[in-house]
Design a protein around this ligand. Structure first.
Ligand code: CP
Ligand code: NVA
Length: 311
């Protein structure tokens, strides 16, 4: 990281070492939180006297609650606003909004339709900006996913993570992660809905081991982690032809049985049982989706702490 303000926009902005440090600090915060009350402030109270603003252009359950709880536990405060209730909705520019909020709060989290809005905001903000999901990426979620992987299966180095379903914001953040941690990322997506080619090629040139496999059985074979997401991201049109194309990429018990014996199943949630995943899988013994959801909280805390350490 060379910039003075520590924006958390995408995982591939990190060096391998800086990202490892961030992940370790998220693990550490979780370990130190055992048996402590949910509203109790962590010993270091690293967000004491700090305010986080959160602006949502799209719905959220986990991101909203985990960030707000994280700020309680770090000793700070948060303000949450739906962008429709802001002057943004009446044409005030993103950059003017960023300049104003920078005078009130210490850190801003944005969930936007367009990734460019996060970039525009961060370019005019004098406080750190966190990407809480855009159409392009969802880096906070993948930090929580990596935490979950490592606490169940140990170091991810040389392991196999397999993505099933359409390329989307989650896939892109997994692809970024693959350029930072040395694991094999298999992407099993229909040719009509592959991840962004530029992101794949850039990650490969950064050393990521990404393998595109269109046969679900071949992709599942020996996987240590199987991950999927909704077939229709927020803002996508739900059409029957896409659903038909994706049907063979559903994560089934059959696919799980082809994977490593200790395979873990992850899903960022919300899930659609009977679409991207069979209920026997998400509610079965290989599923760690509730740990994964919990880890959003611990991950946000590590991310907020990292951002607040801006020079
Ligand atoms: N996984 C995730 O980001 O969930 P929310 O949309 O509920 O925040
Ligand atoms: N790909 C999903 C993730 C939801 C957390 C979406 O963008 O809706």
């Amino acid at each position: 990281m060379t910039e003075k303000i520590r924006h958390f926009i995408d995982l591939n902005y990190f060096s391998k070492n800086d990202f490892r440090d961030l992940l370790n600090s998220c693990h550490q915060r979780k370990k130190s939180k055992i048996r402590i009350g949910k509203a109790e402030v962590d010993d270091d109270a690293c967000a004491k006297d700090k305010i986080l603003a959160m602006i949502f252009e799209k719905p959220s359950t986990r991101t909203r609650f985990s960030f707000e709880t994280a700020m309680y536990q770090l000793g700070g405060k948060s303000i949450v606003v739906n962008s429709n209730d802001m002057q943004l909705n009446r044409g005030e520019t993103i950059s003017d909004t960023a300049r104003v909020l920078s005078r009130y709060v210490d850190i801003v989290m944005l969930r936007t339709n367009e990734h460019s809005s996060i970039l525009d905001f961060s370019n005019s903000s004098s406080v750190p900006v966190i990407n809480g999901l855009s159409d392009l990426s969802h880096p906070c979620q993948v930090v929580a996913d990596l935490m979950t992987f490592e606490e169940i299966l140990g170091p991810i180095k040389s392991k196999v993570v397999t993505w099933f379903g359409p390329g989307n914001n989650m896939t892109h953040s997994w692809i970024h992660a693959a350029s930072l941690l040395d694991f094999e990322l298999r992407v099993c997506a229909p040719k009509e809905y592959l991840p962004n080619l530029e992101i794949v090629e850039k990650a490969r040139s950064d050393g990521a081991n990404i393998i595109e496999i269109d046969d679900p059985k071949e992709a599942a074979n020996g996987s240590h982690c199987i991950v999927t997401d909704t077939w229709f991201s927020m803002g996508d049109e739900e059409d029957r032809s896409k659903r038909d194309v994706l049907r063979q990429f559903q994560v089934t018990n059959k696919l799980i049985s082809l994977a490593d014996d200790n395979v873990i199943f992850l899903h960022c949630l919300p899930a659609h049982r009977g679409e991207e995943v069979e209920s026997q899988v998400i509610d079965g013994p290989h599923s760690y989706v509730w740990d994964e959801a919990e880890n959003r909280l611990h991950a946000q805390k590590g991310i907020i702490d990292w951002c607040l350490k801006s020079n």
